[in-house]
Design a protein around this ligand. Structure first.
Ligand code: FES
Length: 163
């Protein structure tokens, strides 16, 4: 993460001195965008750079489900399992996605192409059930739509392999 320090320095300019802990979240976002996840050495580097307690960085990492500690597949399916989505069929969506992909929540397919995660509220309760595929929201999700989405991604992957 050392190569990101010039960017972190620019971010730092926007905060008053003594507010280093406010930089933990934006720095972790930037690290993840760079590496795909946050590694142990990134935590060590950030603790040393910001001078904040390690537990502060780990708290942020464990609270925000969008921050990852391991690499994921090329397509990340995140199904909300919170109350509104649960009441509107999220469990069935999760079960169906597990069957289609052959993985459990938190796992990546053997070919490294798909990771399935369950997450807490995605902030779109009025259109439950909701799933994110990479950065896109899919709302009022049905099992048929889930099948279409997965099939579309499989076709996209196959086309990529032929190129
Ligand atoms: S409960 Fe699923 S988006 Fe809020």
């Amino acid at each position: 993460m050392k190569h990101l320090i010039p960017e972190f320095e620019k971010m730092k300019e926007r905060f008053p001195a003594g507010f280093e802990s406010s930089l933990v979240l934006p720095c972790l976002h930037r690290i993840q965008a760079d590496r795909g996840f946050v590694a142990d050495e990134d935590i060590d580097g950030l603790v040393a750079y910001l001078g904040v307690p390690r537990v502060q960085v780990e708290e942020v990492l464990s609270y925000y489900t969008m921050l990852r500690r391991e690499g994921i597949g090329r397509h990340h399916l995140q199904v909300c399992r919170n109350i509104a989505c649960s009441m509107r069929g999220a469990e069935g969506v999760i079960e169906h996605a597990c069957k289609r992909l052959g993985v459990k929540p938190g796992e990546t397919t053997a070919d490294g192409k798909f990771t399935l995660s369950t997450v807490e509220c995605l902030g779109s309760c009025g259109t439950a059930p909701v799933m994110m595929v990479n950065d896109a929201y899919h709302e009022n999700l049905t099992l048929e739509e889930l099948d279409r989405l997965i099939e579309g991604l499989v076709v996209e992957e196959r086309a990529g392999e032929k190129r």
